[in-house]
Ligand binder design. Structure first.
Ligand code: GRF
Length: 220
C-alpha cells in the first residue's frame, strides 16, 4: 500500500527530508507525487530533486491575487494525484477556497503547543511567557491560520538558559518524528477529520494524540 502525498515547503526542508528518510527506511507507506514551493530557490526543492521527486515552483509576485496564485498552485497539486497535502515549513497564508477544497486532506506542522502561539516567532513567545514546556503540533488545515483541529503534539521541557535558537534546535528532531507519525497514521487510515474533529480509529479526540516511545501516535 502506498498513499500518494504532496509536500509544500518554502525553505530548508528538514521536515521534508525526515519524511523522505522515513519512507526510505520502510517506515512510511507513501509515494511522493510532488514537492511544490512559492520559492524557486528553496533548498527543499533541491532535496526533492536529489530524490527524483517531481518539483514545482510558482512565484506569487507574478499573480495579481492570493486566490489566483493558490488556484494555480493547487491545480498542480491536484493533478499530481496526491490524496494528502503536507505543509512542511510552507510560509504562505492559504486562500479560503483552497482550504475548503482540501478540508481533511491537508495538514500543517507548527512549532508550538496549539492553541498557544499561532503565527511566527513561537519560540520567542514561549520564552517570553516563561513557559516550562514547549512543543509542536500537527493539525488539519482550516481557513483560520494555525487554527484547524490538532491531531497530535510533542512536548519538550524549556531549560534554564534556553534561547530561541537552542529551543528551536531541540524541538526540530521532535517535529520530524511527529510529522512522520501523523502522515503514517493518515496513510494507514487510522486518523481522519470529520465534522471539524479529529478521529483516531473509531473515536473523536478530546485532546491531541501524543507520541509513544516507539514514535507512534497514542491517545493521551
Ligand atoms: C519548522 O519549524 C516548521 O514547524 C515551521 O517551519 C520550520 C520548517 O523547517 N513551520 P524545515 O523547512 O522543515 O526545515
Amino acid at each position: 500500500m502506498t498513499f500518494p502525498i504532496a509536500v509544500l515547503a518554502s525553505g530548508r526542508g528538514s521536515n521534508l527530508a525526515a519524511l523522505i528518510d522515513a519512507r526510505a527506511a520502510g517506515r512510511l507507506p507513501v509515494e511522493f507525487r510532488l514537492v511544490a514551493s512559492d520559492k524557486a530557490d528553496a533548498p527543499a526543492l533541491r532535496h526533492a530533486e536529489a530524490h527524483d521527486i517531481p518539483t514545482f515552483a510558482l512565484d506569487p509576485k507574478t499573480f495579481t491575487s492570493r486566490a489566483e496564485f493558490d488556484a494555480a498552485l493547487f491545480a498542480n497539486v491536484a493533478a499530481s494525484g496526491a490524496q494528502l497535502v503536507v505543509l512542511a515549513g510552507y510560509m504562505r497564508i492559504l486562500d479560503a477556497a483552497v482550504t475548503a477544497q482540501w478540508t481533511g486532506r491537508m495538514i500543517n506542522i507548527h512549532p508550538s503547543l496549539l492553541p498557544k502561539y499561532r503565527g511566527l516567532h513561537t519560540h520567542r513567545k514561549a520564552l517570553k511567557a516563561g513557559d516550562a514546556e514547549h512543543g509542536a503540533s500537527v493539525h488539519f488545515v482550516s481557513a483560520e491560520l494555525d487554527g484547524g483541529p490538532v491531531i497530535a503534539q510533542v512536548r519538550i521541557d524549556v531549560r534554564a538558559g534556553d534561547t530561541e535558537d537552542s529551543l528551536a534546535a531541540r524541538l526540530l528532531p521532535n517535529e520530524h518524528r511527529l510529522l512522520a507519525a501523523c502522515v503514517d497514521a493518515i496513510a494507514r487510515g487510522e486518523v481522519r477529520e470529520r465534522d471539524g474533529r479529529v478521529w483516531f480509529h473509531d473515536r473523536a479526540l478530546e485532546r491531541p494524540l501524543a507520541l509513544d516511545a516507539a514514535g507512534r501516535l497514542a491517545g493521551a
